[in-house]
Design a protein around this ligand. Structure first.
Ligand code: WTA
Length: 660
């Protein structure tokens, strides 16, 4: 992986002169001037940008309120509407006929919607929601696949001041239930099914299963989009077909003007302890950074075709599909399917067909497509015309230099800058990233903070470390798009992100980092907590452990660690003590499958452990603490060189050597 320090002979890539000349932030001097401006007048810097990029109904007069830190408020006396900013104002600017979304379905069918059409569609859904009694301050859970309706449903919630919480379509009924309960949502928006890789996968049936569990009593309505005529059961009085609901609705709807701090959405993500937390984002500051990063990091221009391959169930899909590109009046791709269907050339073919100019994806996808391309020329990028591309991006996990080089050379034709964007669900948008027309690039490094963002690497006591020394990544100042709180749990917010160790003054990202001794460039060295990153999906080891031990008929005890994986970055490795004699061979394989399926049901297929190892016990110290570092070595298949003298039961290390 990418953890290596930058060495003096690190290869540096410069953006081309032509790119620099036309870039929104052109040249390092321009980048440095922006940083200096933010340094000199932090509030003034953000206030100017907020006035320039956002249309306010009532202009704000206060920029940053730190009175209740770390519960910061930005632009608090301003009012606005996110959907107005993304849709109406583009129509008012004369972009009504411009294509907002090019939707490509799993099977290849293409549907385009203009800004006027997307506005009308959003308004009809918004009016439909209102007719069901849903309005400002209510929560709406959205459980739907990539679709125009998915984006429009999010926009419709924003339009009426309802707070949306999108749950990724790969989560199970149990996970969906947990999120529905925690949000206290009044309604769910879903579809009959989703279509991925040529298969129809149920959505509505999973919603039904979730709603049948205790905790979902507040749900009054379920709106169902008909994606593919899959068989569904509609519950009288509760379930409504979206097309029937919106058929008679007017296609205009006055936006609900909300305060800048009004919660735009909740998005659940994993932490090191306990159940997933509902990260709460606000309207004004969030939208500002979504738009600003599209402008500066993606250099998004009126004639670009922008494609972010993330799902709207993750933060990347929120910021770089639903909000950012639309706030700037961009044209974007929304893709329903998977990168390997009908074959691993799908991304390249779509870039060619739609003349995509900016492409943003995850290292895991790149690594798996490299593998496919290496053994089959037909799905190699060289077999496609990718000349429309001018900029590439990477997100979600570290990109290893070899994958970076391949992406640069074979996808970008050695002419497109790559922005390796480091950020998190909690940060709302890019935090550390090259600006493509300014920052010299170093493969494997996310380079320098976005102008105005003040990241540092510190030791355990919060003291800034010299460049060249690895430590803890923190942010020194609040920023507009930051997490506002954890929904319903402000104490957990404080403890997780503004810990006492740092006197409550520094935002703790949860990652380790090192700055290059010469350039100050940041390289992320991975999570410092018990969070795993598998294919760019964030998961807590505790969550998977709880899922395993909830299989009460089989499991006595479980411990989960991550191990490096060539394709997915990290892989989930589970150590399990069964309530029955130690299995081996086919029997062990069958039990491992049973446990994987169980985790799939509890959390979702993405959390299924890749390796399962059985033992009569787990390695523990005499005081009963599980020795996780030993488990990590076992998971990697390393020889055990650590001191095992404190281990109570050394014999079980042998048992745990076999992965099923
Ligand atoms: C990791 C995704 C290295 C990191 C936007 C972070 C990265 C977590 C990068 C957040 C990157 C994200 N380089 N690591 N460019 N981008 N990460 O909340 O560990 O799903 O804390 O947000 O992904 O994951 P999340």
């Amino acid at each position: 992986m990418t953890q290596a320090e930058n060495t003096p002979d690190t290869k540096i890539y410069q953006p081309s002169e032509a790119f620099v000349a036309n870039a929104a932030v052109s040249g390092m001097a321009a980048y440095e001037a922006l940083c200096a401006k933010a340094e000199a007048d932090y509030e003034g810097y953000w206030a100017d940008l907020a006035r320039e990029l956002i249309s306010w109904k009532t202009p704000f007069t206060k920029t940053l309120n730190q009175a209740e830190a770390p519960f910061f408020k930005w632009f608090e006396d301003g009012t606005l509407n996110a959907s107005y900013n993304c849709l109406d104002r583009n129509v008012e600017r004369g972009l009504g006929d411009k294509t907002a979304i090019i939707f490509e379905a799993d099977g290849g069918e293409v549907t385009k919607v203009s800004y006027s059409e997307l506005l009308a569609r959003t308004c009809r859904i918004a009016n439909g929601l209102k007719s069901l009694g849903i309005g400002k301050g209510d929560r709406v859970v959205i459980y739907i696949a990539m679709s125009i309706d998915g984006v429009a449903a999010m926009q419709a919630c924003a339009r009426i001041g309802a707070t949306h919480s999108v749950v990724f379509g790969g989560f199970s009924a149990q996970s969906l239930r947990d999120r529905i309960e925690d949000t206290g949502a009044k309604a769910v928006i879903t579809a009959d099914c989703q279509v991925r890789g040529g298969k129809k996968l149920p959505l509505k049936a999973i919603v039904d299963e979730a709603l049948a569990m205790p905790g979902c009593e507040k749900i009054e309505k379920v709106l169902v989009v008909n994606r593919a005529d899959a068989a569904v059961t509609m519950k009288d009085g509760r379930d409504v077909w979206m097309h029937e609901l919106v058929a008679s609705q007017p296609d205009t709807c006055e936006p609900e003007w909300v305060d800048a701090e009004h919660p735009l959405f909740l998005l659940y993500t994993s932490g090191s302890t306990g159940k997933p937390k509902g990260v709460q984002h606000c309207t004004g500051g969030y939208l500002l950074h979504a738009a600003l990063t599209c402008k500066w990091t993606f250099d998004l221009k009126q004639d670009d075709v922008f494609w972010c391959t993330a799902d709207i169930g993750w933060v990347t899909g929120h910021t770089y599909i639903t909000y950012g590109p639309l706030a700037l009046g961009g044209t974007e791709i929304v893709f329903e399917g998977v990168p390997t269907y009908p074959d691993a050339g799908r991304f390249w073919k779509m870039i060619q067909d739609h003349k995509v100019s900016i492409f943003y994806t995850a290292p895991t996808a790149i690594r798996s497509l490299i593998k496919a391309a290496e053994s089959n020329d037909a799905v190699h990028p060289k077999s496609y015309d990718l000349s429309s591309l001018r900029l590439l991006g990477s997100v979600g996990e570290p990109i290893n230099p070899a994958a970076w080089e391949w992406y640069y050379q074979h996808v970008g034709g050695s002419r497109c800058p790559i922005v390796d964007t480091f950020w998190q669900t909690e940060t709302g948008g890019h935090m550390i990233t090259p600006l493509p027309g300014a920052t010299p690039m170093v493969p494997g490094s996310c380079t320098l903070p976005f102008p105005g963002i003040q990241f540092a690497v510190v030791d355990e006591t919060g003291n800034e470390l010299p460049w060249g020394k690895g430590g803890i990544l923190v942010c020194k100042k609040p920023w507009p798009s930051m997490i506002r709180t954890i929904w319903g749990d402000p104490e957990r917010f404080k403890k997780s992100y503004y810990p006492e160790d740092f006197k409550g003054q520094l935002y703790l990202a949860g990652d380790g980092a090192i700055r290059d001794a010469k350039t100050g460039y940041f390289t992320i060295t991975g999570r410092i907590d018990d969070v795993l990153n598998v294919s760019g999906h964030r998961m807590g080891t505790m969550e998977i452990e709880s899922a395993l031990v909830s299989c009460t008929e089989l499991v006595a005890e479980a411990a989960v660690v991550g191990r490096p994986d060539e394709t997915t970055g990290e892989a989930v490795c589970a150590f399990v003590v069964l309530k029955r004699p130690l299995p081996s061979g086919d029997e062990a394989k069958a039990i491992a499958k049973q446990l994987r399926d169980h985790v799939g049901r509890e959390i979702g297929p993405i959390a299924k452990p890749k390796d399962i190892r059985f033992g009569e016990n787990l390695p523990k110290t005499r005081s009963g603490k599980i020795m996780r570092r030993l488990l990590r070595s076992l998971a990697k298949g390393e020889a055990i060189t650590q001191d095992t003298s404190t281990l109570e039961n050394p014999a079980i290390l042998g048992q745990l050597g076999q992965a099923y």
